[in-house]
Design a protein around this ligand. Structure first.
Ligand SMILES: *Cc1c(COP(=O)(O)O)cnc(C)c1O
Length: 380
């Protein structure tokens, strides 16, 4: 994979992209251009196909980062007098809680430990305790710790209790299998710059057509109104307001490469191999993942920071960056951690190389003790 001289981004996005994806951005497109608008239409079809959504679902793209689309989905789909249950085991779940508060939608912030998945049983108990809940907003892979939540169990609980389900699949879509035939959802949110390996700049919401069509006038905001975006796009083939043309062209090229690679199973296989190679290599240096392996999604790995007093993240980050790899700070409240992403146009070679870069960085920082002492472990 040829990428030029940029460092490799081992983060939850933006990601390292292929040369072909970057080259797709070398044209200027007009927003009225029929060729450009047919690209938008093809992306909408292809993303619905990835979840086997058929004719029952449509895809509504939206300008902005992924959070814009999460906010648009909540604001457009949840009625103003609705009530949202958010099983919360990390930073992206907490962001949905904040969105609900901003949008004045009643919300239940259901704390789940950061190292435990949200499950059907947890959601069922909450739904049974409060029948006034109308929707569940579930993050699939909680990118904060990198944990895989039991989306299938949660979807079954929602179906059983006849509640709406909105999925934040930002960091899992296209890598982990999601099929509407066994994970029925109202709306699912993802973005250009994650596992599809496009560049950042647009999100999209895959949503039940009939449901979306019933939501005229529900959104709190014009720019965030997915119903309005949908109606306009269906009528004119164009985006409402200036489209992120280069992002769209890059996403088209990225989806072409996704299909050529073998689609979701192939992407999952590559990321799983990346993740296993990383965890193995880091283990040889003494690093332990924060999560138990059954709940570790092959998307991003949280490692305990070295116990050595010589460690600080800023220097650790800078010295690995100087060796060509960008790491990410931890996002946990209780323990000192850092994260390494497994996604993007990278393979197991990059993971072996980042482990070498980390080993060199430990030497340069004179860090001897990576594993905490048994006493420190007990205290934690
Ligand atoms: C990346 C991500 C988002 C969106 O983040 P932005 O910074 O707005 O792109 C939302 N949810 C999850 C789980 C994510 O990984």
């Amino acid at each position: 994979m040829i990428r030029g001289n940029d460092p490799i981004l081992l983060t939850p996005g933006p990601l390292t992209t292929s040369l072909r994806t970057k080259q797709a951005m070398l044209n200027d497109w007009g927003s009225w251009d029929a060729a450009f608008n047919s690209i938008t239409a093809s992306i909408r079809r292809d993303t619905v196909d990835i979840v086997n959504g058929g004719d029952e679902y449509t895809c509504v793209p939206l300008q902005g980062s992924g959070t814009f689309s999460v906010e648009a989905a909540i604001g457009t789909i949840v009625p103003r007098d609705g009530k949202v249950l958010v099983p919360n085991n990390g930073a992206y779940c907490a962001r949905i809680v904040r969105i609900c508060k901003y949008l004045d939608r009643a919300v239940i912030d259901l704390t789940v430990p950061e190292d435990q998945p949200s499950t059907g049983a947890i959601v069922e108990a909450a739904l049974a305790a409060d029948p006034s809940i109308t929707h569940v907003a579930q993050v699939h892979c909680e990118t904060g710790a990198g944990i895989l939540n039991d989306l299938s169990g949660v979807a079954q609980a929602c179906r059983k209790h006849n509640k709406g389900l909105i999925v934040d699949a930002m960091s899992s879509f296209a890598a982990l299998a999601i099929d509407v035939r066994n994970i029925p959802f109202d709306a699912l949110v993802a973005a250009s710059g994650k596992c599809l390996e496009g560049v950042p700049g647009m999100g999209f919401v895959i949503v039940k057509k009939a449901l979306l069509e019933s939501r005229a006038g529900n959104a709190h905001s014009l720019a965030m109104d997915l119903h309005d975006q949908y109606v306009y796009m269906e009528k004119t083939t164009q985006w409402r307001y200036t489209p992120p043309t280069h992002v769209v062209a890059a996403l088209r090229a990225a989806i072409d490469q996704y299909k050529e690679e073998g689609g979701q199973p192939a992407r999952l296989a590559r990321y799983s191999n990346n993740c296993a190679t990383l965890i193995d290599g880091m283990a040889k240096l003494g690093f332990r993942p924060f999560l138990a392996s059954p709940v570790q999604a092959p998307i991003i790995v949280t490692f305990h920071a070295p116990a050595d007093p010589a460690y600080n993240f800023k220097t650790f980050y800078e010295l690995t960056r100087d060796r060509g790899y960008i790491l990410y700070p931890g996002k946990l409240t209780q323990v000192e951690t850092f994260r390494v992403g497994c996604i993007g146009a990278i393979d197991a070679n990059e993971m072996r190389n980042v482990v070498s870069a980390v080993a060199q960085t430990l030497d340069a920082m004179r860090i001897k003790q990576v594993v905490p002492s048994p006493a420190a472990r007990k205290a934690a």
